[in-house]
Design a protein around this ligand. Structure first.
Ligand SMILES: [Zn+2]
Length: 316
């Protein structure tokens, strides 16, 4: 299904299309970090490309219709881009808009990558049109699929494969599995209903289902107030504000834990890469990830979700 051209299983390059033609609000165009949906369906076409009209557009429409019918339309952001590497006279902005209308896709984001060479072709190493790139969830936005003539059913399967599974997430987070090795503070055993009641929907999604808040949107990404950051679920202290640093990533970042063992590190092989997930040792809440590119002397970067944390301000 994939091919020797496209990059895959690595972070998605930022969009740098030169023109945005439809359904983009900002003057700067759409950036990956602006996208709230966990998945991005990036479709490359040229208006003069017959395979785009016979296969690429209908495939995108079929995936979109299927997801909407299944109540999953909110999971995928569709981005179509006219990727012009030939036919520069006919693959115009107007032609791109007409093509989208013809396939009843006028409501999705449309970009125009005029080249030569088109940036998406260079950055994603695409091999022509129609070309489809499926980008996954998380701060790193891993490229899950990247290929010519992907089929709708394979794309849907790929997306469903990477959806968080509420049943297994709940099973993983039963506190009993970890209680023996934990510490002074007794682990609480709140029920799902209690947590849903007490936490905001975002706090619940992040801590219980391992999702990631959007960069630069969390309560603490920019906070410099002194104090202690606690686990939002069980109130265990996790980080001191002295250990917080400005990583530029848009998520609160710390160079070390307030005390060794407060954060449990787990191998995370989701989205086709090996990362280190950070969980609260006490209650098993998902916090974020730990990366080995932090400041000295620890060299650790605890990349946390604000939604997992609660700051207790220091006394004046
Ligand atoms: Zn906790």
């Amino acid at each position: 299904m994939t091919n020797p051209y496209g990059i895959a299983l690595q972070p998605a390059p930022e969009f740098r299309f030169d023109e945005w033609l439809a359904n983009v609000d900002t003057d700067d165009g759409l950036r990956l970090a602006d996208i709230e949906e966990p998945f991005v369906y990036l479709y490359n076409f040229q208006s003069w490309c017959p395979g785009c009209h016979s296969h690429g557009f209908p495939t995108m429409k079929a995936v979109k219709d299927h997801l909407e019918a299944a109540g999953r339309g909110h999971l995928v952001r569709f981005v179509a881009v006219q990727t012009v590497f030939e036919g520069h006279d006919t693959n115009t902005a107007d032609a791109a808009i007409d093509s989208m209308a013809r396939h009843e896709l006028s409501d999705i984001v449309l970009g125009h990558d005029t080249g030569p060479p088109p940036t998406v072709m260079v950055d994603y190493q695409t091999g022509g049109t129609p070309w489809t790139v499926i980008i996954g969830p998380g701060p790193d936005r891993i490229v899950l699929d990247n290929g010519f003539h992907l089929e709708a059913e394979d794309i849907i399967e790929r997306i469903e494969q990477h959806l968080p599974d509420p049943a297994s997430a709940a099973a993983d987070s039963t506190p009993s599995a970890r209680n023996e090795q934990t510490m002074n503070t007794p682990a609480p055993n709140p029920t799902t209903d209690e947590l849903r009641e007490r936490l905001t929907p975002e706090q619940y999604e992040v801590t219980q289902n391992g999702s990631t808040e959007r960069a630069f949107t969390g309560q603490y990404h920019d906070t410099k107030d002194p104090g202690v950051y606690h686990c939002v679920v069980c109130n265990e202290s996790l980080f001191d504000s002295d250990q917080k640093f400005d990583s530029g990533t848009g998520w609160p970042s710390f160079s070390q834990e307030i005390s060794d063992g407060r954060v449990n590190r787990i191998d995370d092989r989701s989205h086709g890469m090996v990362r280190t997930e950070a969980r609260c040792t006490n209650c098993d809440a998902h916090l974020g990830h730990v990366f080995p590119d932090g400041p000295r002397p620890t060299g650790d970067r605890y990349c946390m979700n604000s939604a997992s944390l609660s700051l207790e301000p220091a006394n004046e």
